[in-house]
Design a protein around this ligand. Structure first.
Ligand code: KG4
Ligand code: ZN
Length: 323
């Protein structure tokens, strides 16, 4: 069967067409129209502007996506969580299309889609041997640890009490003047720092907290981390704040602080719940450094980098399983 899926929960207008045959998938098209440039000047996503852009982009994105496909059998659409005006734009577009083509709509949860993005690539082990799994979903809006007993069976075991990890990256990048979205920008600066670490000794010896890392629960908190960056930044002379080395060292340290907490708590949950696998998803998982450092004795599922950030292929695969 062929599934068309729509994703407009934040600032990317995405439509994908996925061919599915007994839980094997082929992505026929995966179109993403990014609004990054538009929102960059606000340093974050401005919901009503995003909604208007979705409205403007959807017909063009649909046309591009359909180029690769024949007939469609089913429509999937993200219904939440996300920015309300943006979600509605996608849902109404899906409704119109479903009426025109006389097709059924499957509502999709964005978080589940980030998890099931892993099923878009062939899964090497027998899927049943993966469960129970511990899923870590880290995006701009969410940081959650989820116990997954099967596809469709989830239990939230911990989440952030304030900012999401991606949001922390975005806010720190704004403080450092690195622009939006912050995750990839911090990733790049941190990488430069690593490349030169052997040659240059760290000058600023920045040490940030690892919030809640030793607490007995599976929750997170990242807003204090952002505040710690802000204090350090404000206490530096103007010249230092703008220096390449300070920005790179701070980027590496904030990235490491986030990675330390994410890995430590996920592994703790995996041990406690006797997980047979760890499943990662969400925009922050596109971080090269997080991917490199995440090692544990059970199988680890990580989507290709392109399928970590928002896309509609993950929505299509989720619609398939829901159907
Ligand atoms: O899943 P996603 O595309 O959208 C939401 O559902 O929010 O995640 C976006 C988040 C942003 O906060 C962005 O800064 C972060 O993912 N991100 C990264 C990287 N690429 C995107 N964070 C760290 N390293 C990256 N390479
Ligand atoms: Zn997302």
């Amino acid at each position: 069967m062929t599934i068309l899926a729509i994703e407009t929960s934040c600032d990317d207008t995405c439509i994908s067409i996925l061919k599915a045959k007994s839980a094997k998938f082929k992505i026929l098209s995966n179109i993403i129209s990014s609004q990054v440039k538009l929102h960059a000047k606000y340093g974050g996503v401005y919901p009503f502007l995003a909604k208007r852009e979705h409205q403007r982009n959807l017909p063009t994105v649909l046309k591009k996506a359909l180029k690769e496909a024949g007939s469609i059998d089913l429509i999937g659409v993200t219904v939440g969580p996300g920015l309300d005006p943006c979600l509605w734009q996608g849902v109404n577009f899906a409704k119109d299309l479903a009426a025109k083509l006389n097709l059924k709509i499957i509502p999709v949860n964005h978080i589940e889609a980030h998890i099931l993005a892993n099923w878009l690539s062939p899964i090497r082990s027998n899927p049943q041997t993966l469960f129970p799994a511990i899923c870590l979903v880290v995006s701009g809006g969410h940081t959650q640890l989820i116990l997954m007993k099967d596809i469709g069976k989830y239990k939230l075991i911990g989440e952030t009490r304030d900012d999401a990890a991606g949001e922390c990256f975005d806010k720190v990048a704004k403080i450092l003047g690195l622009g939006y979205p912050g995750g990839p920008a911090i990733d790049k600066e941190a990488e430069k720092n690593r490349e030169t670490r052997e040659r240059r000794h760290p000058k600023f010896k920045i040490k940030l907290p690892r919030p809640m890392i030793y607490q007995k629960n599976y929750d997170f908190s990242f807003s204090g981390l952002k505040t710690a960056v802000l204090y350090d930044f404000k206490n530096r002379p103007q010249k230092i704040r703008k220096s390449k080395q300070y920005i790179q060292e701070m980027s590496a340290e904030v990235q490491q602080a986030i990675i330390d907490v994410l890995i430590k708590k996920t592994i703790k949950a995996a041990k406690k719940f006797k997980a047979k696998s760890i499943i990662l998803g969400g925009g922050v998982v596109a971080s090269q450094e997080l991917r490199k450092q995440f090692k544990f004795e059970i199988p680890l599922l990580v989507p290709p980098r392109k399928l970590c950030t928002d896309n509609a292929a993950m929505v299509a695969v989720t619609a398939y399983f829901r159907w």
